[in-house]
Design a binder for this molecule. Structure first.
Ligand SMILES: [Zn+2]
Length: 72
């Protein structure tokens, strides 16, 4: 996983009309199709590692990250 559980990130929502390019979602390794609203997740300290996620995939990843942090 490219993203550490405690990595601070900035999350932006991409509206359907803004989604003009297809991206591969790191959560499920499937394509995010053009015209589909999704999330852009940017590590605060590593903006070059920004990734596009399906909304549902990021929700899952967030939950997992939160759990990992509280178990420490
Ligand atoms: Zn996905």
């Amino acid at each position: 996983m490219y993203l550490r559980d405690d990595e601070p990130v900035e999350v932006r929502h991409v509206q359907p009309y803004e989604a003009v390019k297809a991206y591969r979602c790191p959560g499920c390794d499937h394509e995010i199709q053009v015209g589909l609203g999704h999330k852009v997740v940017v590590p605060t300290d590593a903006a070059d590692l920004r990734r596009h996620w399906h909304v549902g995939c990021w929700t899952q990843a967030e939950k997992r990250r939160k759990n990992a942090r509280t178990q420490r």
